[in-house]
Design a binder for this molecule. Structure first.
Ligand SMILES: NC(=O)c1ccc[n+]([C@@H]2O[C@H](COP(=O)([O-])OP(=O)(O)OC[C@H]3O[C@@H](n4cnc5c(N)ncnc54)[C@H](O)[C@@H]3O)[C@@H](O)[C@H]2O)c1
Length: 293
């Protein structure tokens, strides 16, 4: 057992130096939720440029149709569906419709999410429930709907948008952090469940993305003391989308955006005591300020 653990650890260190080659996605049917705006749209457009067939899903039809139009104008393949990921019955109906009209989804990207940003005591029950319904339950319903076809073919990939808020606690984001920690928990547990399955379903790859602050408008009042520090900046949506596409194609297990935060988190942040974390947080003074809408 120890030798096998050592082998896998050395292999993962080697893969940091020599990452796996990016896979070809031109035969993939890729479903992304939240394609009407932000990272979802940009990732969809990039994957379509690589020849994949895109299934764009959003609650906002007009914005989502616009994404499909952008893809088609570039001669890409896109299908737009309106769906509220919080509605389990609608998600199951979507899965049947997509299977019938497009085919089996081979890569699922659970991206839709919202982020109420204010102190916990000012967040309403409705806001917190809706956020958990989208950020947590939406992920689970989509996985329940699209995993069975992946299991049948013993291949596929599920990608989840967690956040740096799923790796560290941040002020004004108490319920949001909870939801993004939950996303990481879901992905870790699903990986274990697939591995423990008698069929050894390790052929289904899981990728968790943890962005910090990306300028999509979701983060309305970002606060950054050291703008020039690579690990501590607001990242442009183009850079974030390029990084996500690369992680999907290399089937990486987890990444942070910016990339440098991965090591800061693993080797510096995680081992720190809570008091030490607070000192670091105050010094770097990076996070999000509260807002009402
Ligand atoms: N922007 C950031 O700084 C940042 C940082 C870390 C993590 N994230 C996460 O990345 C993901 C994408 O963020 P973004 O900034 O691109 O968001 P965005 O607000 O730009 O886009 C989110 C999209 O999700 C859609 N959506 C919302 N509720 C939905 C529902 N119930 N059903 C279907 N679609 C729904 C919206 O209509 C919108 O088109 C989110 O999960 C977010 O939490 C974002």
């Amino acid at each position: 057992m120890l030798l096998r653990i050592l082998y896998e650890t050395l292999k993962s260190v080697f893969q940091v130096i020599v990452p796996p080659s990016p896979k070809d996605v031109k035969d993939d049917i890729i479903l992304i939720t939240g394609t009407g705006h932000g990272m979802g749209r940009e990732v969809a457009v990039r994957l379509a440029r690589l020849g994949a067939t895109l299934v764009c899903v959003d609650i906002n039809s007009a914005n989502n149709e616009e994404t499909a139009k952008i893809i088609k104008q570039e001669k890409g393949k896109a299908h737009a569906y309106r769906c509220d990921v919080t509605n389990r019955a609608a998600v199951m109906e979507l899965a049947e419709k997509v299977k019938r009209e497009v085919g089996d989804v081979t890569i699922l990207v659970n991206n839709a999410g919202i982020m109420p940003c204010k102190p916990l005591l000012q967040q309403t029950e409705q806001e917190i429930r809706l956020m958990n319904d989208i950020n947590i339950h939406g992920n689970l319903w989509m996985i329940q709907a699209f995993l069975p076809a992946m299991i049948s073919s013993e291949r596929g990939q599920i990608v989840a948008m967690s956040s740096m808020a799923g790796l560290m606690g941040l002020g004004n984001l108490v319920p949001y952090c909870g939801s993004k920690y939950a996303v990481r928990g879901i992905m870790d547990a699903l990986a274990m469940e697939l591995h423990m399955d008698p069929r050894r379903l390790d052929g289904i790859k899981l990728t968790t993305i943890c962005p910090y602050m990306v300028d999509t408008g979701l983060c309305k009042k970002p606060r950054v003391r050291f703008q020039n520090l690579r690990s501590n900046r607001v990242v442009g949506v183009d850079e974030a989308a390029d990084t996500i596409v690369d992680a999907i194609r290399r089937e990486l297990t987890d990444i942070t955006i910016p990339h440098e935060l991965y090591y800061v988190n693993k080797f510096l942040y995680v081992p720190m005591s809570r008091a030490a974390k607070h000192i670091g947080y105050e010094f770097f003074n990076a996070g999000v300020d509260a807002h009402d809408d």
